[in-house]
Design a protein around this ligand. Structure first.
Ligand SMILES: *Cc1c(COP(=O)(O)O)cnc(C)c1O
Length: 384
């Protein structure tokens, strides 16, 4: 096993070694680690729903009524009333005919992409798509092309030269998870129509955050009729766990019969579905959650602009500060940690080489005081 310790040494030497923190209390704007409280700006729990009292109550009620485990895959006997209810809730929320729920968003992406395309087909990705999309593309066996980030001319060019493929699929994040900008969806849809390609979007960071009703970036651009395959996760703004795909009934039945990460894995506990249903309901009924999220984000960005930091211009509550060098990013992150603020360094392979960064995320539950405290510490980082 010498090659394992050798490779570990290399990872450590290049500043790319990753270690786990243990969070001792609940998930919120403040986290307890080793008996100390840290102000967190790194969670995808955008609306604070991961620990919302109504979500917790829904989980407790569901455990009472349905117990905990499911004991089998969805297709055997794991599909319970709350799975059905959750899929219905997602379909109404997304304005689609049907939905399928996977245990995680990662599995939803892998299972869907390789069900839709295979050897002899073409799949096309934005350079900054999430790792689970990339893995799905690789597993599919389809020819795999990547266009530079949001470069629509390149996307058009790739498709122009691809008339020989029977099936073509374009996949994109709607909100890019490490940069926080949004995909030019109207252009992608237009180009896809021109070349008769399918479009699949990943609304992991769009759901609950964008759109008048919180349905996501597809709603923001008013494209729900034009995007056929909408994927998302229940693990971010919804505050729970699970991945889903929404679309027409044929697509969803097809995935139920084809997607191996759906067919060959145990169904989510029903109480997890109850948490997701409660989370989506809270998003639908409380636009004020979204409003405070966006107010917080605007406030923080305005103040950050006054500092001498390399803030990547984002369009979402994901606010990255570019550092560049991986080791330096770790040093800055450690400095913040000493000051009681938790923002881990994001390094390759999560982001391209030389673009290590501090990826901050704002929550609706952050107070002005929390943000002022962050800004005070960041002021001292300017001259780091
Ligand atoms: C987090 C994320 C996923 C994976 O979702 P999980 O439910 O955490 O497995 C997929 N795509 C994007 C863009 C993500 O940010």
């Amino acid at each position: 096993m010498k090659h394992i310790s050798d490779e570990l040494k290399i990872i450590k030497r290049s500043g790319l070694y990753r270690e786990l923190n243990i969070v001792e209390g609940t998930q919120g704007t403040h986290l307890e680690i080793k008996g100390k409280t840290y102000l967190s700006f790194c969670s995808n729990n955008y609306l604070g729903l991961a620990n919302n009292p109504l979500v917790i109550k829904a989980v407790k009620d569901a455990v009472e009524k349905y117990g905990w485990g499911t004991g089998a895959s969805m297709l055997v006997s794991g599909n319970m009333k709350l799975h059905e209810a959750l899929e219905g809730e997602i379909s109404r929320f997304k304005g689609k005919e049907a939905s399928i729920v996977f245990p995680t968003g990662y599995m939803a992406n892998i299972g869907t992409i390789y069900s839709l395309v295979s050897k002899g087909d073409l799949v096309i990705c934005d350079k900054l798509n999430h790792a689970s999309i990339i893995d799905g593309c690789r597993l599919s066996g389809a020819d795999f092309r990547v266009y530079p980030h949001c470069d629509m001319e390149k996307l058009d060019n790739i498709l122009k030269k691809s008339t020989k493929y029977p099936r073509k699929l374009i996949v994109t994040d709607t909100v890019f998870s490490m940069d926080g900008d949004i995909a030019p969806l109207p252009d992608i849809v237009r180009i896809a129509q021109k070349y008769k390609a399918m479009v699949m979007v990943d609304e992991a960071h769009g759901t609950g955050v964008f759109g008048e009703k919180g349905r996501g970036v597809v709603e923001h651009f008013n494209l729900s009729k034009k995007v056929g395959i909408i994927m998302g996760t229940l693990s971010k703004a919804v505050g729970s766990l699970g991945g889903y795909v929404s679309g027409d009934a044929d697509l969803i039945n097809f995935l139920r019969n084809k997607a191996r990460p759906f067919m060959y894995t145990t169904a989510l506990p029903p109480a997890v579905c109850a948490a997701s249903i409660a989370g989506i309901k809270l998003i639908r009924k409380n636009p004020s959650l979204r409003k405070s999220l966006w107010n917080n984000m605007r406030y923080l960005k305005e103040k950050l602009d006054l500092l001498n930091l390399n803030v990547i211009p984002s369009e979402s509550p994901i606010v990255p500060i570019l550092i560049g060098d991986a080791e330096k990013a770790v040093d800055v992150s450690k400095f913040l940690y000493k000051k009681g603020i938790l923002i881990p360094a994001i390094r390759p392979p999560t982001v391209p080489a030389k673009s290590s960064r501090l990826r901050m995320t704002v929550m609706s539950t952050h107070t002005r005081k929390d943000m002022e405290r962050l800004l005070d510490v960041l002021r001292t980082v300017q001259n780091f």
